[in-house]
Design a protein around this ligand. Structure first.
Ligand code: EPU
Length: 426
């Protein structure tokens, strides 16, 4: 197993280039199943979650060519059996997208319930509702979701809650259905717009992505294209926060500043200086940051995927910050680990109260999920002394070369192998 050893207390300085967006890439990779020709995907981040999705395609019979580290050619015409292998589906949350894409192409799908970050209960009732409305039936047996449809017919889908995955799966099932589908109360996250752009470039007819009403007129054929994934707003936000948290001065390059507005706004409220350029953001902070309260919301609100990192930054801010995150049940699990650094945080239900302390002290901690892991790395960069972050495989699910990128910004971070006795069979 691998861990990070961080000698903290050094401000980050310099430039960092952001990789392709994990949550857009998982959807776009799965979407290649709907294409009638090979596709070349560019700016694909080299991270575990994407590797897991590409492996699912390969195991199902797709032909995959890695053109370079971030460019993949995918030809899914060889897939004949719409069944996702169990152990691969468990490896990533994005595997739920194979429900929509396989249903859209084969009118049939057998997909084990998805894995991914343990953020508490992650139901797919809204996904199933959308599939049912479009004409599919579903059964769940032994943890495997099976969908069957004689035909898929466009219809009106109203989501009871705003769901990113549900919206994407409804788009997949509708894109080759007969007639018009209208998705209401749709999610508006950047990855939904990116996916719609990808599908439209192949010949789909999707309008309104990025608003809460998406209209999709089914088409019969989708051609192969070359498509570049958008930059990752959460990776960008993580470096923005790391820069401010270490009182650093960092230019974050290759980003879409519009996607980062809620983070920019809160960073400015906390006292950081944030300058926006066409494709870059400059974050600088001096002196102690100020308490800042916020609540996570679906896009364009403050993203739940940035809550652990931002809350960690606030652990040394002046005053008491109140943070509410009710999107998932388990998004405050990292707080126990954060307390090891000397942070004073109490959690009551979906709200954390953070009493800023003067400084964090290095600690040995375990990443409990992807964003929690990123937050603990930030805590290590802020802390005086040495921090050890274990279970970094969680972090590698979503951050490309995080240690190299941080080292280039002046961080003292080292990746080492270790032997974890607690995981060995006796
Ligand atoms: N929900 C339901 N029923 C459903 C679907 C969702 O009740 O059928 C609930 C969820 O339990 C949650 C809320 O709706 O309370 C929102 O969930 P959503 O479906 O929007 O989340 P998701 O599609 O499972 C994606 C990202 C997450 C990100 C959320 C929210 C991917 C692969 N994952 O998850 O990303 O936190 O949207 O923005 O796109 C991460 O990158 O670290 C991550 C967890």
């Amino acid at each position: 197993m691998e861990k990070f050893i961080i000698k903290g207390g050094k401000p980050l300085h310099g430039e960092v280039v952001i990789s392709g967006a994990k949550n857009a890439a998982v959807a776009v990779v799965a979407a290649t199943i709907l294409s009638d020709q090979p596709c070349v995907l560019e700016n694909v981040p080299e991270i575990r979650d994407i590797n897991a999705c590409v492996k699912i395609l390969y195991e199902m019979g797709a032909s995959i060519k890695i053109i370079d580290k971030n460019t993949i050619r995918i030809d899914t015409r060889g897939i004949t059996d719409p069944v996702v292998p169990y152990e691969l589906a468990r490896a990533c949350r994005g595997s739920s997208y194979f429900l929509g894409t396989l249903l859209g192409r084969f009118h049939k799908a057998d997909v084990p319930m998805p894995g991914g970050c343990d953020l508490g209960d992650r139901p797919i009732d809204q996904h199933l509702k959308a599939f049912n409305i479009l004409g599919a039936t579903h059964t769940i047996d032994g943890g495997v979701v099976s969908l069957r449809a004689d035909s898929l017919v466009g219809s009106q889908i109203y989501f009871d809650i705003v769901t990113v995955g549900g919206t994407i799966n409804a788009m997949f099932a509708a894109v080759k259905a007969d007639g018009l589908t209208v998705i209401e109360n749709a999610a508006k996250e950047p990855q939904i717009v990116d996916l719609a752009n990808f599908l439209n470039s192949m010949g789909a007819d999707i309008m309104g992505a990025g608003t809460d009403v998406i209209k999709i007129r089914g088409v019969k054929y989708l051609k192969g294209v070359t498509y570049g994934i958008i930059p990752d707003p959460i990776e960008a936000g993580t470096y923005m926060v790391a820069a401010a948290a270490t009182k650093g001065d960092v230019v974050i390059k290759g980003v879409i500043p519009k996607h980062l507005e809620s983070i920019t706004d809160k960073l400015r409220k906390a006292g950081a200086t944030v300058e926006e350029f066409d494709e870059a953001i400059h974050v600088k902070a001096e002196g102690r940051l100020m308490k800042t309260s916020f609540k996570t919301m679906p896009h364009p609100g403050f993203p739940t995927d940035m809550q652990p990192q931002f809350s960690t930054m606030l652990s040394t801010a002046d005053g008491v910050s109140v943070v509410t995150d009710s999107i998932f049940d388990n998004r405050f699990r990292y707080v126990n680990e954060l307390r090891r650094f000397g942070a004073e945080v109490t959690v009551e239900g979906t709200t954390a109260v953070i009493q800023g302390v003067d400084e964090l002290k290095g600690a040995t901690v375990k990443a409990t999920d992807l964003r929690a892991g990123a937050a603990l790395v930030i805590a290590g960069l802020m802390a005086n002394g040495t921090t050890v972050v274990e279970d970094i495989y969680h972090i590698e699910r979503g951050y490309e070369n995080i240690d190299d990128k941080l080292r280039a910004l002046g961080a003292d971070i080292e990746r080492v192998n270790y032997y974890d006795k607690s995981r060995m069979a006796v």
